[in-house]
Each structure stands twice: as C-alpha cells, then as structure tokens.
Design a protein around this ligand. Structure first.
Ligand code: NDP
Length: 480
C-alpha cells in the first residue's frame, strides 16, 4: 500500500494472493488492509491537502502532464500487468486502455487550465460577486476491476488537478495493476499524501474511507447495489457515482444493418461484456431480426477466445468467479423463460481456468428475464424483436437502469424522437453503446439506478470541486 508517500504493509501484516484469471497462477501477494490502515491513509491525505494547496494551476497541469509522460514510458509494462491481472487481451484491448489512461492525465492537465468561473451581475450597486472553484479536501475513491487503469484515472487525474488529496481503494482482483499505476505516480513526483493507495476488501477499507469523518467527498464506480449502500454510508458528503447500465440497443427497420450489427457485437463482446455501457439488450425490428441475428452469430462464432497474451486473441477470460456465476444465472433464467441459444450459451471448456465464456447470442428473450432487467456484465447479446417505435421505446425504458442507449436508423427525425425520449444519460445514434471519448459528459439519468453526477473532461473537475461565491462590498467609505 502507498500511504503518505511510502510503501507500507498492513498494520495487521495480513496479506492476500492475487491470481491471474487466465492461468490461475499466483501473480503477487498484496497487503490486506484493515480499517486502521484506511484511517492512516486518511490522515496522510489530510496532510497531503496542505502540500497540494501550494501548487498553482499551471503547476498542477504540469504535474498531470508529467504523470502522463511517465505512464507513456512504462506503457508496455502497464499493459502486460493489466492483462495479467484483469484478463483482457493484451494486443486488442489492454494497450488501448493504457493509451486512454495516458490521455486521461493529459486531458486533466488541459482542462484545469481553462476552468474559467464567473462574475455575476447583481442588484446592489456596491457589490461585486464572483465565483471560484475550490478543492473539496480529501476524496474517498473506490474503483472496480473492469477498467482498472482507466476508471481510476477518471477520478485521480481531475482530482489531483483540482488539488484534492485522495485515498484510493481499488478492486481486490485488479490491485496488482493499481500498484503499478501508483509506482508511476511516485516516479512523477506526485506530492506525498496526495494519492494514497489502500488494498483490501471493499466492505472493510472501502467502507472505512466512505463513512469516516476525515473524508469530505466520495467518488465510486461499480454496481448499483454497492453504490446505493455507499451513498447511505456517506450520508451528507458530495457523491460522484457511476453505476450499472443495461444498455438498450435499438435497431429500427430502416437501419444500415451491417453498421448496426457490427456496433451491437462490439457493444456486447468488447472486454467480454464487462462494461457499464455494454449493449446488454438488443431490441430489433421484426422485419430485420433474422438478418441481424445471422450477422451477430457470425461475429460471435468468429471471436478468437484464448490466452490474453496471444496476439490472435480477441477475448480473454472473465475477471472473477462472481461475474461468471451471474452470467450463468442470467442465461439459465433466460432459457427457462423460453429464449433460444443461437451461439455459445455457456462457459468455454479446455482453458486453464473456468472463467472463459463463449460469446453468446440469444433470441426470443422474455422481457421479464433477468438478462433484460439487470446488468449481466458477460459476453451475451440477447435479441428482443419489436414491431413499432412506441413499443421499442417503452421496452427500452422499462428498466431500473439508465446509463447509455444506442439507436440505429437512417431517419434523423426518428433518431431525435428516440434521443429525446430514451431514459439514459447518453444516447448514441448509429454507433455502439460503447462509443465514448474522455471529455464528453458521461453518467446516469435521474430517477434510475445508474448513478449521480457526470464524468468527463471539465465535467469531472466541476463535480470534484466546490463552487465558492465571494461577495465584495466595494463602496469607498472615505468618500462618504
Ligand atoms: P461491486 O460494486 O460490489 O464492487 C466494486 C468495488 O466496490 C470493489 O472494489 C468492491 O470491493 C468495492 N466494495 C464492495 N462493497 C463495498 C462497500 N460496502 N463499501 C465500499 N466499497 C465496497 O461490484 P462487483 O465487483 O462485486 O461486481 C458485481 C457486479 O457489479 C458486476 O457483475 C456488474 O454487474 C457490476 N459492476 C459494474 C461496474 C460498472 O462499471 N458499472 C463495475 C464493476 C461491477 P470488493 O470486491 O472487495 O467487494
């Protein structure tokens, strides 16, 4: 663990073993943090806020850019550790995640420089009112295992740029790569205490940093259930929560079917479906259902499953047993409710661990099946045929989640009709639910269980700062 600028063990001396999901081999021994360790990190972060406060905006931007330079120098090592720890294919995915991570630090460096605030016209002629953005203090940051470099960067980079000190608890199944990231932060001379890493179980160290009075705000990406639990434990603190999605992909009868099927396949199978913006449900017009189904089956059966270090591999194992078991449960439930398997349909055999899953295409999925109602997070593309636009919209919105949706049509009016009515924070027209760039606002719609706040470029900087209003009385008393 990295606390106050030093690498330390847990006070309890307890450790746990990290294993590769691809081979099952032990890859590292990590400290199993306790509540006391988390408290030490919170105290170190509080001291870190003072060191950070001395940095001007330009110096902070330089610091973030320096982190990006160091990450760039260690790109290969980071990508290999990411593949070893997470299981994603090195050549087709891990390297791209490292590139996005480097870009994330550069992005924070750029955006913080142009974070202009306002001077507000007011009624009182003697007053001048202006706003400034202030750091919040100590942030509790908890991140999941699906993008273990990129998602932390979404908080750590803007958090640092905005001079918050942070205590970061990464997911236990991807903490080896978290250590590598922090080694790079150390090499970039991020001030001691600014970013502290505590490894260990979320319900222990994560809970401590969320609930402890020494943290001022919380940033979390993960499941809706855990996010809601955290919101209760953090009661009163500002929250940035990026939670689950159940991304409906709507393919209308006038869509370009090649484009739509390619995007739906990317939406369902990228990162083995372990993406909050994944295409979790594919609603397809009856008249084009068979062609879309055939194209998706073609995709699924041509995906090269295998050793994630092999250059030919397009899909590696799932990251952990609970997510594989959830995918099993969702498939069994869909089949029990009448769905038909068109491709895949179970875990893949013959690999060193049982975490490999066959890319799966289902059709005839009942609307009340778990796979339609909850986030599956596995490589499954469930097809649901519909007849009218109104039906498609109602079914797409019939979910407790509302993060990203996609609609495929050649008709701009129909695209807008859906874009203004779909209950998701992001609507992609004629592209996959997974289309995303670093600086565009990303987050859940109000009233659903996909989170609160917006990530992306200056939006994260707004979220991770307080707006301070300064009211100046400028009357000259010496002139009566
Ligand atoms: P969780 O939301 O349970 O875990 C995410 C992180 O939160 C982990 O580091 C976890 O640690 C930590 N955590 C768990 N409980 C607490 C707590 N009480 N207080 C503070 N931190 C806590 O996700 P899972 O990893 O269990 O995955 C389950 C499902 O969640 C997936 O199948 C998927 O549907 C969804 N998910 C969605 C993500 C997204 O990007 N939207 C990302 C990851 C998961 P620990 O592992 O020790 O419990």
């Amino acid at each position: 663990m990295y606390i106050g600028g030093r690498w330390v063990d847990s006070v309890s001396r307890a450790t746990y073993q990290a294993r590769s999901p691809a081979s099952g081999e032990m890859i590292a021994t990590l400290p199993e943090g306790t509540r006391e360790d988390a408290q030490r990190a919170i105290a170190a972060a509080r001291e870190g806020t003072e060191r950070l406060a001395r940095l001007s905006v330009w110096e902070r931007a330089k610091l973030c850019a320096r982190v990006a330079d160091v990450l760039e120098r260690h790109k290969d090592e980071l990508a290999r550790t990411l593949t070893l720890d997470q299981g994603k294919p090195l050549h087709s995915e891990a390297k791209a995640e490292v590139d996005a991570t480097v870009a994330g630090w550069r992005n924070a460096a750029d955006h913080v420089k142009w974070l202009e605030t306002s001077v507000i016209p007011v009624e009182d002629p003697h007053k001048r009112v202006l706003t400034i953005r202030q750091a919040r203090g100590v942030y509790a940051v908890i991140t999941p295992w699906n993008f273990p470099l990129n998602i932390p960067t979404e908080y750590l980079a803007p958090g640092l740029a905005a001079v918050n000190a942070m205590v970061w608890v990464p997911a236990p199944t991807t903490s080896v790569v978290a250590v590598k990231l922090v080694e790079c932060l150390e090499e970039a001379e991020v001030p001691a205490g600014a970013i502290n890493l505590v490894t260990g179980p979320g319900p222990v160290v994560g809970d401590e940093i969320v609930a402890h009075a020494g943290t001022d705000a919380v940033a979390f990406t993960g499941s809706s259930a855990t996010g809601e639990h955290i919101a209760r434990r953090a009661a009163g603190k500002p929250l940035l929560l990026e939670l689950g999605g159940n991304g409906p992909t709507l393919i209308l009868d006038d869509a370009n079917l090649e484009q739509a099927a390619n995007a739906a396949a990317f939406g369902a199978f990228f990162n083995a479906g372990q993406v909050c913006s994944a295409a979790e449900r594919i609603l397809v017009h009856r008249s084009v259902h068979d062609e879309v189904a055939n194209r998706l089956v073609d995709h699924a059966t041509h995906i090269q499953l295998g050793d994630p270090f092999d250059e030919r591999t397009q899909m590696g194992p799932l990251n952990n047993q609970p997510v594989a078991e959830k995918t099993d449960r969702h498939l069994a439930d869909a089949l029990a409710r009448g769905a038909k398997v068109l491709a895949g349909g179970s875990r893949a055999r013959g690999w060193p661990t049982d975490l490999y899953y066959q890319p799966t295409v289902l059709t005839g999925v009942a609307r009340d099946a778990m796979i339609n109602r909850e986030e599956t997070f596995g490589p499954v593309a469930p097809l649901i045929p519909f007849q009218t636009d109104e039906e498609a919209l109602a079914w797409a919105n019939d979910s407790t989640l509302g993060l990203v949706s996609a609609v495929f049509t050649r008709d701009l009016s129909r695209a807008f009709w859906f874009a203004e009515r779909l209950r998701t924070g992001i609507v992609n027209v004629n592209d996959s639910t997974n289309y995303w760039e670093l600086h565009i606002p990303f987050g859940g719609v109000a009233g659903k269980r996909s989170g609160v706040g917006r990530l992306g470029g200056r939006h994260t900087l707004y979220e991770m700062t307080d707006l301070r209003t300064i009211c100046l009385d400028v009357r000259r008393l010496d002139q009566g």
